[in-house]
Design a protein around this ligand. Structure first.
Ligand SMILES: Cc1cc2nc3c(=O)[nH]c(=O)nc-3n(C[C@H](O)[C@H](O)[C@H](O)COP(=O)(O)OP(=O)(O)OC[C@H]3O[C@@H](n4cnc5c(N)ncnc54)[C@H](O)[C@@H]3O)c2cc1C
Length: 329
């Protein structure tokens, strides 16, 4: 039996940020993940200055390269808008592994299946035991399924279905482009260049709306890659896209039950407008760690529900100061 004060199920950004904060404060923590790291994670990898701030990370300290976008191009109804801002891109393959190493806690490769509470302790698959349990296992987190499902039921109205591909590509344009509602997509499509010659392209939309219209995300994908070719943004590439579903911000009546918590996608925290989930995952992980450290009740109410306001505010700040602001200003 492996014992720890805190067991964190899931070593994505939510779990690693939580473990990092707990470990910094001397709390014995063990991470469990079903996958070996570094692992592929379907994600465009766009992150905000707030992510770096919450991680106390200076851009130049990150070893794999962060690309900065001083503007975003929004495409709506055939028109193109240039939006000044300051946003970043990373590759999740690198970023998640780096966050995990920085947490500096033991990681056990283990696919969690059965969780019980016995005599005030959480018992996982009769192999792990802890006083506190953090559910950071993403959309299908077993901690959510065991303790939180009945209290925090998730509405399919907030379910996003997304499909994407990340690949090495000599991209012709180092700007980030977003297409909203193209071909009646109930969502948006993206072109997100990365440092070191990688590119991520994808689309995401409301699952239920697509279903009710009898449409598939795959059909919209075909339209989108045709658009990328027409605009000469991607040409001659043979695509092998993959998909994943996740939930936008839900009402979260209980993010904590006794000493169990859910954070990140397990709690359904991605922003309502752009489905930004990395920032909320990291922030909720840090807040859960704070709750364990202080004994105060865990709440996610301080986490932003929308991204667009922050994108525009970043642009205003950049315009006023005349330079790309650092995350610590
Ligand atoms: C196509 C797509 C594009 C996106 N683009 C962006 C973007 O550009 N910017 C942004 O901010 N957000 C984006 N998101 C959302 C973002 O990826 C998620 O919100 C974020 O990854 C949530 O982090 P997390 O740590 O909660 O979960 P995850 O990153 O999903 O990590 C969960 C971990 O738990 C592990 N796990 C799961 N089940 C078990 C189990 N039973 N036992 C043990 N381990 C388990 C998994 O292996 C995984 O490592 C995108 C999502 C998709 C699908």
């Amino acid at each position: 039996m492996i014992e720890a004060e805190v067991i964190v199920v899931g070593a994505g950004p939510a779990g690693s940020a939580c473990a990092w904060k707990l470990n910094q404060n001397g709390i014995q923590t063990v991470l469990l993940d079903k996958k070996a790291f570094p692992r592929q994670k379907l994600c465009a990898g766009w992150i905000t200055p707030g992510v770096l701030k919450n991680l106390q990370l200076k851009k130049e300290e990150y070893p794999f390269g962060i690309l900065t976008f001083e503007r975003l191009f929004f495409h709506v109804g055939g028109r193109k808008f240039r939006v000044p801002t300051c946003q970043y891109s990373i590759r999740r393959y690198e970023f998640d592994h780096w966050l995990l190493k920085r947490a500096a806690v033991p990681l056990h490769r283990h696919a969690v299946q059965d969780i019980k509470k016995e005599n005030g302790y959480y018992l996982i698959d009769n192999s792990y035991r802890s006083r506190y349990l953090i559910g950071a296992g993403g959309t299908y987190c077993p901690v959510y399924g065991t303790f939180f499902k009945d209290v925090n039921s998730r509405g399919q109205q907030r379910l996003i279905t997304a499909i994407e591909e990340e690949f090495e590509y000599d991209y012709p344009d180092a700007n980030c482009h977003l297409w909203f509602f193209e071909n009646n997509l109930p969502g948006y499509a993206w072109y997100v260049p990365k440092a070191n010659g990688y590119l991520n392209v994808g689309i995401g939309g409301k699952f239920l709306t697509l279903k009710n219209r009898g449409q598939t995300i795959r059909r919209h994908w075909d339209d989108f890659i045709a658009t990328l070719a027409e605009l000469s943004l991607v040409q001659g590439h043979t695509y092998r896209p993959r998909g994943h579903n996740y939930y936008l911000r839900q009402s979260l009546p209980a993010g904590q039950m006794d000493n169990a918590f859910i954070i990140g996608d397990a709690a359904g925290l991605a922003t309502l407008d752009l489905g930004e989930g990395i920032g909320p995952a990291i922030e909720s992980g840090i807040l859960a760690a704070d709750a364990i450290l202080t004994g105060r009740r865990f709440s996610t109410s301080s986490i932003a529900r929308y991204s667009l306001a922050h994108i525009l505010w970043a642009g205003i700040k950049t315009t006023i100061t005349g330079r790309t602001f650092s995350n610590f200003h």
